[in-house]
Design a protein around this ligand. Structure first.
Ligand SMILES: [Ca+2]
Ligand SMILES: [Ca+2]
Ligand SMILES: [Ca+2]
Length: 560
């Protein structure tokens, strides 16, 4: 492969809490200019609704998030299980808080998968919402993690699972004790089996018997659904959110967000009006506690059904329900598009989002998360495709999420269970991988001897260095971080668009395929100056067009 030309214009580091400048919407230019991740179409400041706090976590708009499975990130005490003290010791890898250094990844925020007490390795079945899982440390460790992250300019969001608890939670044990239990209505009970299937599995059962009655547990019998119609449960959810905000966290990732309140089989198990009403109530409460607290919804469904989870962007900038929602359809199309070297379905999804989401909503692109086969395995470890996937993700509008290990091309484990998507982070080639001095709680994914942080950290050609550069390019450009999106063209291997914020415009072009491409774009330009060009991408002004040369899997962002 030809020598890489990698150039970056480092202008400044975005600071946590920085509010982007407002500007008027320039409709004239726009074939498809979307307010995604952009302040352009927010309502005017005069349209204030006095009864509701009009606040929005602006720090999250355009930020780069990093999803961490604490159990697999870094062990501090040799028990083979990652923990919060271990994560704290690795924070400088994620962001050292020093803009002058570029040896760190440079992410802006962390999402921690569940850290509360739980009998399972993954923690999505909570037994105590007020205590950190002893495997991970103490409540004080979590507060210390938050302050150490804040000191480096990072925010921290934790998983809050409100749809269900563990069947070992004292609330459920009390509720199940009999029909007269004072917590009977904290869960959903029926005297008979109502035979509702699981929405994704017609053969699945959601009603489970205990002590002569049937309770609703959407995922399985070990995870009974809370009854969020019960005022005391709603009050408890709010109290717990306020408690952890007070202990230092900056917001919550909301598991199973579309399944909270059910009113019947089938459609009644997803996206009900009562579920939306609960989230609006919960979000208003969280805003009243802390105006810049973030809520991120897991609504794993199609674009038209995700859109309503933002709520009204007129009532509250960014949305009066959940200000961020993971874009699952886009994640699927990004990975497929990169795999096939075809931009068409990525463009179609971006257009559908633009047409469907409320104006001013912030999109949340990602490649994979802990529930998906790792992208490096899907792309069969193909160096070019992995570089394309990273560059596309980090140049899209909104708030991109990385899943730990993606930045080094970590493979999936070799078997089927979910654990194989969540294997320990390989820091080096030693038997414990730098992850633990003991025996890892789970075996490493294949290739730990070659695919690890130490091997990539000082190598300018590594995937890790590529991620670092694109994250830095995003920070160096308000247009790339928070600007609007205008798509140029819509099929073939070239994915190209213009990101704009105020007077700054950046032309972004990716070659998703193995063949060299040369494309002229009819965009007004006084220059075509690389913000970052990787794998040999280049651009020149040519009359009324900008001509972009893209070797295989090359990406470029050019200031116009
Ligand atoms: Ca440990
Ligand atoms: Ca740094
Ligand atoms: Ca539910």
């Amino acid at each position: 492969m030809a020598a890489q030309i990698e150039r970056i214009g480092l202008r400044r580091q975005c600071k946590a809490g920085e509010r982007p400048p407002r500007r008027a919407l320039g409709l004239a230019l726009v074939a498809l200019a979307v307010g995604l991740g952009c302040t352009a179409s927010r309502p005017p400041e005069t349209a204030q609704a006095p009864e509701a706090p009009r606040t929005y976590p602006s720090w999250a708009n355009g930020a780069v998030f990093y999803e961490v499975f604490v159990r697999s990130f870094q062990d501090s005490n040799g028990d083979g299980k990652g923990d919060l003290a271990g994560l704290i010791s690795r924070l400088d890898y994620l962001n050292d808080g020093k803009p002058e250094t570029d040896t760190d990844l440079g992410v802006d925020a962390l999402w921690l998968m569940p850290v509360f007490a739980s009998p399972s390795y993954h923690g999505y079945d909570t037994t105590d919402y007020e205590q950190v899982n002893p495997d991970y440390g103490t409540n004080e460790d979590l507060t210390r993690l938050c302050s150490e992250a804040h000191r480096r300019g990072m925010h921290v969001v934790v998983d809050l699972v409100l749809n269900h608890t563990s069947n070992q939670h004292p609330w459920f044990i009390e509720s199940a004790s009999g029909p007269t239990s004072p917590r009977r209505d904290w869960y959903v009970w029926s005297p008979t089996d109502l035979h509702w299937p699981q929405p994704w599995n017609a053969a699945g059962s959601t009603w489970h018997m205990k002590n002569g009655a049937w309770y609703y547990g959407l995922f399985w019998a070990g995870m009974p659904d809370l009854n969020l119609r019960t005022p005391a449960v709603r009050a408890e959810a709010k109290r717990l959110a306020a408690l952890w905000l007070g202990r230092g966290v900056d917001g919550f990732r909301l598991d199973a967000a579309r399944h909270l309140i059910e009113d019947g089989p089938g459609d009644g198990q997803n996206d009900t009006p009562e579920t939306h009403a609960f989230w609006k109530e919960f979000a208003a409460y969280v805003r009243s506690v802390r105006g810049d607290a973030l809520l991120i919804g897991e609504a794993w469904t199609e674009t038209p059904k995700i859109a309503p989870y933002y709520g009204s962007t007129e009532a509250v900038p960014g949305g009066d329900e959940l200000p961020l929602n993971f874009d699952f359809p886009l994640a699927k199309k990004l990975v497929e598009g990169v795999q096939m070297g075809e931009s068409k379905s990525i463009v179609q999804t971006l257009r559908e989002v633009a047409e469907t989401y409320p104006p001013g909503a912030t999109d949340v692109p990602f490649l994979t998360n802990h529930d998906m086969r790792r992208v490096a395995s899907v792309l069969k470890g193909d160096r070019g495709k992995l570089r394309s996937a990273a560059a596309v993700l980090l140049t899209l509008p909104g708030t991109p999420f990385l899943y730990y290990g993606e930045e080094i091309g970590l493979l999936n484990g070799t078997a089927d269970p979910d654990e194989e998507k969540r294997t320990p982070m390989p820091w080096d080639a030693t038997p414990g991988g730098g992850f633990t001095t003991g025996k890892p709680w789970h075996r490493f994914a294949p290739g730990q001897d070659t695919t690890h942080v130490a091997a990539q950290t000082g190598d300018p050609a590594s995937l890790l260095s590529h991620y670092r550069r694109w994250i830095r390019a995003r920070h160096a450009s308000p247009a790339l971080a928070r600007g609007s999106l205008r798509i140029l063209g819509g099929e073939g291997p070239v994915l190209a668009f213009v990101r704009s914020q105020g007077a700054e415009r950046v032309l972004v072009a990716h070659n998703l395929g193995p063949d060299p491409q040369e494309v002229s774009f009819p965009v007004e330009a006084t220059r075509a100056e690389p913000l970052l060009a990787t794998d040999g991408a280049s651009a020149t002004r040519d009359g009324g067009t900008v001509r972009v040369v893209l070797p295989p899997y090359a990406s470029g962002a050019f200031k116009l």
